[in-house]
Design a binder for this molecule. Structure first.
Ligand code: FES
Ligand SMILES: [Fe+2]
Length: 343
């Protein structure tokens, strides 16, 4: 069961080229391609004839042609040619998905197309803002998307999973403050007057004591933005003055593929040394290495969960954010899937 009536990041914008690109979102196989105008199309990845994935096909101008017997579809998914007969049958069209490019991602709408308003695309304004720089990547993770949400809403794991980069003992010692409303959860942690861990010392260009923050925000369907950074200790960052510090927003967009697999789009937007392209890619590569450490944990966790269906997850204080996010997801699923309920 997946949340319907949401925009999901299906791919980075640069991944969608002219050649048909197949990806499953919320259990729905989708084929995407770019027209000569640059606009992106998204259709059900299934030829209505003998059900071959259309992502195996090819383009003829802006039309998608099935690789098997050549049924041809226009940019709206309308079948415009079929072999061996005059004209086309009206029941041979393919379902078209609402699709939008924004903030460096291609988004598809899963659910009722009539509700697909672009204003509902998650707010990632930093990713399109000249005062910030953004880079990242994608992992295909063999785990349910909610395990990723748990992981990102509880950064106490950094101490043990990422000890050489961003982890430090103070994370598990600092208290968290969790709040939530109908559709979002925020977990805030401040660590005062601490030594910066290696990643942040390098970016702050100082090993002096710092104040460090981690503010994790979950929003439906499965997006987590983490406001992170450090500032020289006692310079007012907790009160809102970050002028003596550096800030990053860790962007995490979890797109379920199946119940047990997820397309995890990740990246970091930053407000410091934004002209330094080398730093941009060093941060991206460092982040890839850090998240690879998470992937190993998450996939092992998923395997064990499947091996032990009798076992429940245990919620500790550190899980307040993830547990609240799970509650919101469960409530939204129940609301949208109750018979006769409007979505
Ligand atoms: S399966 Fe696509 S044309 Fe036959
Ligand atoms: Fe992690």
């Amino acid at each position: 069961m997946f949340l319907q009536d949401f925009w999901y990041a299906v791919a980075w914008d640069h991944e969608i080229k002219r050649a048909p690109f197949g990806r499953t979102v919320c259990g729905e196989p989708i084929v995407l391609y770019r027209q000569t105008s640059g606009a992106v199309c998204a259709f059900e990845d299934c030829c209505p004839h003998r059900l071959l994935p259309l992502s195996k096909g090819f383009l003829k101008a802006d039309h998608l042609v099935c690789k098997y017997h050549g049924l041809e579809f226009d940019e709206n998914g309308r079948c415009v040619w079929m072999p061996g007969q005059e004209g086309v049958r009206k029941d041979a069209n393919v379902r078209a998905y609402p699709v939008v490019e924004k903030h460096r991602f291609v988004w598809v709408w899963i659910g009722d197309p009539a509700q697909a308003e672009t204003s509902k695309i998650p707010d990632l304004h930093w990713c399109s803002d000249a005062n910030w720089i953004f880079e990242g990547g994608t992992y295909h993770v063999k785990c349910n998307y909610q395990l990723l949400v748990d992981n990102l809403m509880d950064l106490s794991h950094e101490t043990h999973v990422h000890p050489t980069s961003i982890g430090q003992q103070e994370i598990v010692e600092a208290p968290i403050h969790a709040t939530s409303d109908e559709k979002s959860v925020t977990v805030t942690r401040w660590m005062h007057n601490i030594d910066p861990p290696p990643f942040w010392a390098a970016n702050l260009r100082s090993f002096a004591k710092c104040d460090r923050w981690q503010i994790c925000r979950f929003s439906l369907p499965a997006n987590v933005m983490i406001d992170v950074g450090v500032a020289l200790a006692g310079t007012g960052a907790p009160q809102g003055d970050r002028s003596q510090g550096v800030t990053g927003i860790v962007v995490n967009l979890m797109t379920p593929e199946s119940d047990t697999t997820t397309w995890y789009h990740w990246g970091m937007v930053r407000d410091f040394q934004i002209e330094d392209r080398g730093l941009t890619f060093r941060i991206r590569d460092g982040q890839a290495a850090v998240f690879a450490e998470d992937v190993e944990i998450l996939e092992s966790q998923q395997e064990n969960i499947e091996r032990r269906p009798d076992r429940q997850l245990l919620n500790l204080k550190i899980d307040a954010g993830g547990a609240n996010a799970r509650r919101i997801i469960a409530r939204e699923l129940a609301r949208t899937q109750a018979p006769g309920q409007s979505r």
